[in-house]
Design a protein around this ligand. Structure first.
Ligand SMILES: [Zn+2]
Length: 148
């Protein structure tokens, strides 16, 4: 008995898709109480290394003006579209955003196999744990990793 349809095992249609290398670039808005290094908002874009096009974009915010105003005046905030979508530390924003973007892009069929980023290893560790243990990290200064 032959089964000629194994499509169920491959939810992502990867036929004909090259492996995709993306570069990620996160930035934080710093807000100045001087001694606080903890940013309230951060954003991150994901760029295809071949196309140079932004293929995904995320932002995280630990603050919402409406919530803040209510807090200051001691009121319960009115029902609103809250800007707050993150509760970790500012440093944890980048891995969170990148994991999100890689998951999304992969679900749309982009076979992302390598990430170009800064020297921080938190993001790639999270990606390997949450998305794919075989994802490769390339450093900014050296886009081509030696084959292993
Ligand atoms: Zn809010």
């Amino acid at each position: 008995m032959y089964q000629n349809d194994l499509a169920d095992t491959t939810p992502c249609k990867s036929d004909g898709n090259d492996n995709v290398t993306v570069s990620v670039d996160a930035a934080w808005q710093r807000r100045g109480s001087g001694r606080s290094y903890d940013s309230l908002t951060g954003h991150c874009s994901m760029i295809g290394s071949k196309t140079g096009k932004v293929i995904n974009y995320k932002w995280r915010s630990k603050a919402c003006r409406i919530c803040q105003r209510a807090e200051i005046s001691g009121n319960i905030p009115r029902v609103h579209k809250c800007n707050k979508n993150f509760t970790g530390s500012a440093k944890a924003m980048e891995p969170d955003m990148v994991v999100d973007m890689v998951k999304e892009s992969r679900s749309k069929g982009a076979n992302i196999t390598a990430i170009i980023g800064d020297e921080d290893t938190t993001t790639i560790a999270r990606l390997r744990a949450k998305v794919d243990p075989t994802i490769v990290k390339l450093s900014d200064s050296n886009h081509i990793e030696k084959t292993h």
